[in-house]
Write a protein that binds this ligand. Structure first.
Ligand code: PRP
Ligand code: MN
Ligand code: MG
Length: 177
């Protein structure tokens, strides 16, 4: 149902894995001594990243998920973030790391950070594998970013184009043919 396209590799699986090792070390240092870190994955896009990240994280961890959607099957943000599924656990008074695959306009991250902060976590930090700073429309940034990327439509490593290509092991950019 979309125009034909090919995917050009942009960030290899190896490069992603190496970056995640470094990020995990930084997160470990930031949360050292925590009794438990609640790592919250923002579905669906972050499912691959959170899986790799928590396995590099040498801390007591609880994993929870929240599903938000703003793009649907399109390539344009609706700028309206719908919560499709809430957390299972409580985060009040807890240490929380919110894990996002990509920050683009920023609407999704800003909305979810607001939602979770209202629940009064003890400490909350955010991490995004990818950041498209040039596309930002609202004032929000992740505390940790894996890679700054240009304004290209990317897929893979959890990220979809109309729900496809999430299973690619690398980050690629969509090129219409
Ligand atoms: C994508 C992506 C981020 C968000 C970033 O999610 O996974 O969550 O958009 O865009 P923004 O900064 O402009 O808000 P999407 O709504 O496509 O849902 P998905 O994760 O289920 O694919
Ligand atoms: Mn998403
Ligand atoms: Mg999507």
């Amino acid at each position: 149902p979309t125009r034909p396209y090919v995917i050009d590799e942009m960030i290899s699986a190896k490069t992603i894995a190496a970056r995640i090792e470094d990020l995990a070390r930084e997160i470990h240092d930031a949360f050292e001594g925590t009794d438990k870190l609640v790592v919250v994955g923002l579905l669906r896009g972050s499912f691959v990243f959170i899986a790799d990240l928590v396995r590099e994280l040498d801390l007591p961890v609880e994993v929870d998920f929240l599903e938000a959607s703003s793009y649907g099957d399109g390539t344009e943000s609706s700028r309206e973030v719908k919560i499709m599924k809430d957390l299972r656990g409580q985060i009040g008074g807890r240490d929380v790391l919110l894990v996002e695959d990509i920050v683009d306009t920023g609407f999704t991250l800003k909305h979810v950070v607001g939602l979770l902060k209202a629940r009064k976590p003890a400490h909350m930090k955010t991490i995004a594998l990818l950041n498209k700073q040039s596309r930002r429309e609202v004032d929000i940034n992740a505390d940790w970013v894996g890679f700054e990327i240009p304004d290209e439509f990317v897929v893979g490593y959890g990220i979809d184009f109309a729900q496809r290509n999430r299973n690619l092991p690398y980050i690629g950019k969509v090129r219409f043919t």
